[in-house]
Design a protein around this ligand. Sequence first.
Ligand code: SAH
Ligand code: SF4
Length: 367
Amino acid sequence: MPLESLYDLSFKTLQSRLLSDGVRPIHAVQLWKLLYYELEPDPNTSDMLSPPLRRWLKAALEESLTLSQPSVCDRLDSSDGLTKKLLLRLHDGQEIETVVMGYPGRFTACISSQAGCAMGCVFCATGQMGFVRHLSHGEIVTQVMEAQRLLRAEGNKLRNLVLMGMGEPLHNYDVVMEALASVCHLPGIGIAPSRISVSTVGLVPGIIRFTEERLPYSLAISLHAATDAERSALLPVNQRWPLSELMEACRYYSRKLQRKVFFGWTLIAGQNDSADHALVLLELLQGLDAHVNLIRLNRTAGFSGRTSEEPSTTAFQKAIQEAGVPCTVRQYRGIDVAAGCGQLRADRQKFKSPEIECPPNKASAVS
Ligand code: SAH
Ligand code: SF4
């Protein structure tokens, strides 16, 4: 039987394992706290475990469980010290990214949900890699643990979580939602659900399910274009779920849960950053409780589009705001870190692949 990582067990699964092995499930709280609050790297040797729990863990590690976790294999810090990017190596050699970002008074981790991505958005370094595989519960939770470890070492604490790293979270729906429940579970990492944001490229059935399950996290939709022709050229997924279906799902979510919808709009010079584009976007958002987040394009090796100029970005933002729709520009962060989605991994691969001529991208941004 292949061994399963202890970090792949949800709290409920851990409780039922204990119960079926004759250990009172109440002990799960103690182990959970040790793993996810204390962040104990070797729970097996900890003297914080009660004797029955220690015996159970010892036996489980001999028979069916491992303590296998992704390892941090690279770290890049921006020169202003505000953005830290970790590259984690998984058991099969795949590499994923986790970014820790500092803002005044708060810290946010941006985590990955898949190795690679199947959605193929043309400007995205992860999309350009293609899909490798879904991440497991443990691989998602470990990213949050590593972010917390890093911050704790500096005397800080993780407050917010965004699923805006590599991969499409709603394509790995069950595992992502179970992992999010685990990072909220106390006494563990204990992130408040209201401080978690899930970003999707627009998988309509996933948005509907998210709404019907009344999940307590914020939802962000990566829109980037407000006509089907323009959106399909950037995001192939639009051919499967065109804007009419996507917007209907967003309206359903907003109406049913009485929540604001956050829309991401990556500004690409001459392609979606003009005053006319802003007007078409406003039409699409009419009557919806919306917030628009503008992101200035991080250039990637596989896409020739250019980053929107500062004046176009400002004019776009002003047009949206003047129509009464809140609109923010994500701050440039980690300008000297390859900090765009999938870029640290892509850059490492570039170093290994002499046939790619682009120099490693140093002018990257992350919010
Ligand atoms: N798959 C999800 C979440 C991960 S991508 C999604 O697409 O929403 C997180 C955000 O980064 C998305 O809004 C995505 O469009 C944006 N993004 C990806 N590559 C980018 C790039 N090169 N420059 C700017 N934004 C980018
Ligand atoms: Fe996947 Fe999001 Fe990148 Fe699109 S932008 S390829 S959905 S990670």
